[in-house]
Design a binder for this molecule. Sequence first.
Ligand code: ADP
Length: 274
Amino acid sequence: GDALAVSARVAPLGSRLVLLLVEDLTEARRIEAVRRDFVANVSHELKTPVGALSLLSEAVMDASDDPEAVERFAGRMQIEATRLTSLVQELIDLSRVQNDDPLEDAEPVRVDELVAEAMDRCRHAAGTKQITMAAGGTADVSIWGNRGQLAAALGNLVENAVNYSPARTRVGIAARRVSAPGGDLIEIAVTDQGIGISDKDKERIFERFYRVDPARSRATGGTGLGLAIVKHVAASHGGEVTVWSSEGQGSTFTLRLPEAGAARDRAQQHPDLD
Ligand code: ADP
């Protein structure tokens, strides 16, 4: 067997009983359970690459007279280190979008710039799989929001579209302005011809660390946090993200966000809300 296979170890959970003398015990318990699950998930996700690194470094020491083995183990150490780095980065991004009010430094953000940035981020992965990326309708539309957060959200959707698609397929990004009672919205749809998502999984993919196929997600460098970040960004901008998917056919993730002009007009009509 592979001595280096790193088994999934569940973080030991202290069975802490929280006694709360409040009326709404059920809700408090639910919130506490979500928090505890999150902490357990984070420690489990961190332990996996750290455990692998520790085993691999031992293997390197044992194989010091075999340069080829040393190189092989070092290569795997690099992969685990990269995984650890992206996990920590995504945790920082998630905590930022959960804690910072994006509208504090909101500005008009051009959709063509967001799309170009998202496509650049995926250019390498798309190239190796010969996936074509195409965008339409992005000229002359702007969103009212936080540039960094919007870029992270769209980047995650395009990255997923590429990661969960087979070779030689197409990823399309289409933007359009739609009118809504509260003012115009910008709709950005990211469509792939990938593996798709079942109805059961559709309800859960926006949860932190939920993955349909953990092995596949890990293989592409996924952390299970991307869609949780997208959902937070959409909601805190007063928008939403929805998914349509057909298993084996592909998926479309649609972001709806406030249009820059409409949001500014609204702020001028109600200066006290500015
Ligand atoms: P990950 O880092 O695993 O990609 P995400 O939060 O971005 O985490 O996505 C959660 C899960 O949703 C993924 O692991 C995958 O199973 C599923 N998923 C996300 N985007 C797509 C897509 N475009 N096509 C198929 N499945 C997807």
